[in-house]
Design a protein around this ligand. Structure first.
Ligand SMILES: [Zn+2]
Length: 175
């Protein structure tokens, strides 16, 4: 539904929105009723991990050393050396044990993932379902939307996106 010119839940509670007023996907709070929405559970974990620099796998604090916080990013199509500072990602950082586990379970880690040590990052937006404004809003797309966009009033967020402002690439064997 629509309330005060933005998308809203009919029975909205204060915890449905974050401090910026962004509406978040709901975690079902009725145990025993229906199947759990694992996507929603994942959304909450992703959001907490990203906001608090927790490991995306186990939820413990992500690894931090003098070079910065450890991030492991996949699907690097081009030469990592050319990655721009200011890269945006929806993947939270990782802790050392989980990063090592990922490295061992994926023999092509060096090629398919890159390890970054990130000194500073900024929460820049959310990824979620965008609704078309109107009396009965309809979901039209799954998109990434910056916080400063007006469209953020018409989204149900599923993931927090951060911009990695200052980072250095590190060898996965020396991450
Ligand atoms: Zn971990």
């Amino acid at each position: 539904m629509v309330r005060r010119g933005r998308l809203a839940y009919t029975d909205e509670r204060s915890y449905d929105r974050d401090a910026r007023g962004v509406l978040w996907r709901r975690i079902p709070s009725t145990p025993g009723k229906g199947k759990p929405d694992f996507g929603a559970v994942h959304a909450l974990r992703q959001r907490l991990a990203m906001a608090n620099a927790l490991c995306q796998v186990c939820g413990k604090p992500a690894d931090r050393d003098e070079r910065g916080v450890l991030w492991l990013l996949g699907e690097a199509s081009d030469a990592p050396g050319s990655w721009p500072q200011g890269l945006e990602t929806a993947h939270p950082p990782v802790c050392r044990p989980c990063a090592s586990l990922a490295a061992r379970s994926c023999p092509h880690l060096g090629r398919r993932h890159v390890a970054l040590r990130v000194r500073s990052w900024t929460q820049v937006g959310v990824h979620g379902a965008l609704y078309r404004p109107g009396p009965r809003p309809v979901a039209v797309d799954a998109v990434g939307i910056p916080f400063d966009s007006l469209a953020v009033r018409w989204v149900i967020a599923g993931q927090l996106i951060v911009r990695l402002d200052r980072f250095t690439l590190v060898d996965p064997t020396e991450m």
